[in-house]
Design a protein. Structure first.
Length: 317
């Protein structure tokens, strides 16, 4: 059964509802399925590649049916999408699905990361964490353990309404019959949605080396002038003035880095006492380190991050 207009956007396990919500906001229908979201539409693949902050990759489904029909579908896919098309085959229960890669390079590779740090947070997961927290750039932002700066940079790009794929080239642009002018118009429409950043964005870390890396990454992303980086320990950090905002943080949790994870979470707990009225969102393990914080989470979303069981935790301070 050919499904020429069915598009599958993959995401980290557990983030299917978050991705579906994002795609609906982009104007696309969205059906959650394990590992991602299915959608349809003539521009769906291009729009997701250019504008989704959460999708990891995008594939166009060209066949889904009994296995004995897959070879003919493979020939049709190569005819329609070119001999260089990246085909993905999935077999289960006597059925076969055949998909063509529309994105190419994984979508989390935004192009601004100068160097990968010791424990990199994927840009797509950072964006999902911010979306769960309701971040849209209308209040102050703080990351007190910023590492290489991923959360603060993604926060700035979201505040600026800058679509993540505007300056990238994708696999679908090499498909035979691709309408380059239509894609250019889509790019320009998304580019026109950009706006100035009007809220303070603060990022700190006690490690000067990773702070320098964060500043390089922010410069590569074009948002360095909007983020205030400073060397500070979370336990003694003073937030910038501007009222209650969002504190988003990816603290260490033992398996990920060889340091005192409990100490870092206690430092975060001390900081929260100086953030009355703020929202707090944390990426943490499923091992209960959140009990070191002064309040229980209002919401916990289980996800998988690099094969590890984690949680997106939301608090109101």
């Amino acid at each position: 059964m050919p499904l020429d207009d069915l598009v599958f956007a993959a995401c980290a396990p557990g983030l299917e509802p978050v991705l579906a919500d994002e795609l609906r906001e982009l104007g696309l229908p969205a059906t959650e399925t394990p590992g991602g979201v299915e959608t349809r539409g003539e521009e769906a693949a291009a729009l997701i590649c250019l504008a989704s902050r959460i999708a990891e990759t995008v594939r166009i489904r060209v066949y889904d049916g009994r296995g004995d029909g897959s070879e003919a579908a493979r020939a049709e896919a190569l005819r329609r999408y070119g001999a260089g098309a990246d085909l993905h085959v999935r077999r289960a229960g006597g059925r076969v699905s055949l998909s063509v890669e529309a994105a190419g390079e994984p979508l989390h590779r935004r192009g601004w990361r100068a160097r990968i740090g010791a424990a990199p947070l994927r840009e797509t997961l950072a964006a999902a964490l911010l979306r769960v927290a309701g971040w849209n750039g209308d209040r102050p932002f703080l990351d007190p353990m910023c590492g290489s700066g991923t959360l603060a940079i993604e926060a700035a790009l979201i505040a600026a309404r800058r679509a993540p794929g505007l300056d990238r080239t994708f696999a679908f642009e090499a498909f035979p019959g691709h309408d380059a002018r239509r894609t250019a118009r889509l790019r320009e429409r998304l580019r026109a949605e950009a706006r100035p950043i009007s809220v303070p964005i603060q990022a700190s870390d006690r490690n000067m080396g990773v702070l320098r890396l964060a500043q390089k990454n922010a410069a590569a992303a074009g948002v360095e002038r909007f983020i205030r980086f400073e060397r500070a320990d979370a336990a003694s950090l003073v937030p910038l003035p501007g009222g209650a905002g969002l504190c988003a943080v990816n603290p260490p949790f033992g398996v990920r880095l060889d340091e005192d994870a409990a100490g870092a979470w206690r430092a975060l707990g001390q900081l929260t006492l100086r953030l009355p009225g703020w929202a707090l969102t944390v990426l943490g393990p499923d091992r209960g380190l959140e009990r070191l914080l002064p309040l229980p989470p209002l919401r916990a979303i289980p996800i998988r991050n690099g094969g590890l069981a984690c949680q997106l935790l939301s608090f109101q301070l």
